[in-house]
Design a protein around this ligand. Structure first.
Ligand code: AMP
Length: 544
């Protein structure tokens, strides 16, 4: 027997309609290249998104056609999210920090028909335009007054494109499993892989991530989305925000500028922000130097890479800002777990509770999670056993776009994340490594992330990375690579003895190398691949 409930499709237009009707007055504030502080309401945003839908329909776009963006976080990008997806087309966000060849590959693989780009990226696309096979039209995200001179064929400013269009548009209804947006993950090897989100997965992910033990968002919140809209849909915030009616604040090209971020936080009343740990590191350094305070900021969601506890302590103890550690990935829309406190965790002594914050947290409803050994057998939740992390759920990818060769999706319907993790008896998951970064010393695993976290808790260390280097007896041993804080000095011996008593003796790195900076990937994460290449001929002192 079937239930007798309405079978309304879960479409992104449902979020838009709700926000338009019930949160129409709520503001969206942006910095853009042409406007230092643009502000308008959801009502105005969705009216303009409808104009864009009309433009695209008249231009002959068909259901499922891909339309690309190469853009910062701002109101125009927000309009494209809705104007494209709600009309039944696919919004393909591209990371401008990728290598040129990767961008060319991605645009061609997705067969993007139009490309919307920020003025800042015009020179980049001009260089590769002849290789972009299917792009028919380039739309520069500005107005005619700020339109750069360009050799891009058929280029038009966004404002001119939508200016004379009607804002009357009934977004169509279709199957909730219809594709809505596309994001490529830039793996460290091989071609980037596309994750094709659906309307259903997007709506469910927004619901799941708004829950109290996840982001805990409501229409009383003012949300600063520093996480880029070109990478996993800014962790879903452009959808979750309108769903709950939160005020949205977008930093545009200023996402790496702590002074501008601080200004937005203070003047727009931001109380919730989301960004990767390097942003928070920059923010703390700026606050320390300027003596400023982070306004009403209460909670920050940090993910993408592990957040050092020392950084969380500093933000909480000095600035009253609670960092919520989260884990996710492109294939998971991205939110998978958030480190919120359960009653059992709250009952722990303060020191243990504080230490728990280093973990990536507990599963958000909607995601199922397990750790397995090499035989795919599930490992216990004892906080010690570490194994490959697998997930499944309605907002987890079931395959990569136009690629059937991936081994990440198993026959039982689970996705292998490529992460290695432990899960403790209270259900807190901790990432100990990427599968390919884990250090195997004499067959036993050493967590590079744990060694890095400890290194950055040393007062003289700004950044740290631990990679494996070849060893004649143990096959692999850890090498610690450190960027010291400015005007601070620390020795190899001091750092190595800092580990004593904190980890097993055989985990302590064999050597330390000091560098000025660490290489980063296109998504701002530490590039261990580059580091391993840089140190591939490195010989440990005893093995020389
Ligand atoms: P991406 O798909 O580019 O967003 O990258 C996802 C990967 O980033 C995950 O598989 C993890 O390896 C890593 N990651 C995400 N969040 C965290 C976190 N909180 N701590 C450690 N690693 C993380």
């Amino acid at each position: 027997m079937l239930g007798q409930m309405m079978n309304r499709p879960l479409l992104i237009s449902m979020i838009a309609r709700h926000a338009l009707k019930w949160h129409g007055r709520r503001e969206i504030v942006s910095i853009t290249a042409d406007q230092p502080r643009h502000r308008y309401t959801y009502a105005e945003a969705f009216a303009r998104a409808k104009k864009l839908s009309n433009v695209l329909v008249k231009a002959g776009m068909g259901r499922g056609d891909r339309i690309a963006t190469l853009a910062w976080n701002d109101f125009r990008h927000f309009e494209i999210y809705y104007g494209v997806s709600c009309a039944g087309f696919v919004c393909h966000t591209i990371n401008p920090r990728l290598f040129e060849d990767q961008i060319v590959y991605i645009v061609n693989h997705a067969e993007d028909r139009w490309l919307f780009l920020d003025p800042a990226f015009v020179p980049l696309i001009e260089k590769v335009q002849e290789r972009l096979k299917k792009v028919e039209r380039y739309v520069v995200l500005t107005d005619d007054a700020h339109m750069p001179a360009t050799t891009l064929p058929n280029a038009v400013s966004y404002e001119a494109l939508i200016a004379n269009e009607s804002a009357q548009c009934e977004w169509p209804e279709f199957d909730e499993n219809t594709a809505s947006s596309l994001c490529y993950t830039s793996g460290t090897t091989g071609d980037p892989k596309g994750v094709m989100y659906s309307h259903r997965s997007t709506v469910l992910h927004s619901l799941g991530s708004a829950l109290p033990d996840a982001e805990d968002l409501s229409n009383n919140d003012t949300v600063l989305a520093v996480v880029p809209m070109f990478h996993v849909n800014a962790w879903g915030l452009p959808y979750t925000g309108p769903m709950v009616g939160a005020k949205l604040v977008f930093p545009g090209p200023k996402m790496g500028d702590p002074e501008a971020l601080c200004d937005l936080i203070e003047n727009e009343g931001v109380n919730f922000a989301a960004a990767v740990p390097t942003v928070w590191q920059g923010m703390v350094a700026y606050l320390e130097k300027s003596g400023k305070r982070p306004g009403k900021l209460q909670r920050v969601l940090s993910g993408g890479s592990a957040v050092p506890v020392a950084l969380m302590d500093q933000l909480r103890d000095k600035y009253g800002v609670e960092v919520m550690h989260a884990w996710g990935m492109t294939e998971n829309s991205p939110i998978g777990s958030v480190c919120s406190f359960s009653p059992e965790a709250n009952a722990l002594p303060r020191e243990q509770r504080d230490a728990l914050r280093a973990k990536q947290g507990r599963c958000v409803f909607g995601v199922e999670m397990k750790i397995v050994d090499d035989n795919d057998d599930e490992l216990p939740h004892d906080g010690k056993a570490f194994g490959a992390l697998k997930i499944r759920g309605p907002w987890v990818a079931s395959s990569y776009y136009k690629r059937e060769d991936s081994t990440a999706f198993d026959a039982n319907g689970w996705f292998g994340t490529g992460d290695v993790a432990t899960i403790d008896p209270l259900g807190y998951m901790q990432i100990t490594d990427r599968t390919k970064d884990v250090i195997k010393s004499g067959g036993e695993w050493i967590s590079s992330i744990e060694l890095e976290n400890l290194a950055v808790s040393h007062p003289a260390v700004a950044q740290a990375a631990v990679i494996s280097v070849a060893h004649p007896k143990w096959q692999e041993r850890p090498l610690l690579i450190v960027v010291p804080k400015p005007n601070q000095s620390v020795t190899r011996e001091e750092l190595l003895s800092f580990y004593v008593g904190k980890v097993a003796k055989w985990w302590i790195p064999d050597d330390v190398v000091f560098v000025d900076k660490l290489p980063l990937t296109a998504t701002g994460k530490l590039s261990k691949l580059q580091l391993r290449q840089q140190f591939k001929d490195y010989r440990l002192p005893e093995s020389q």
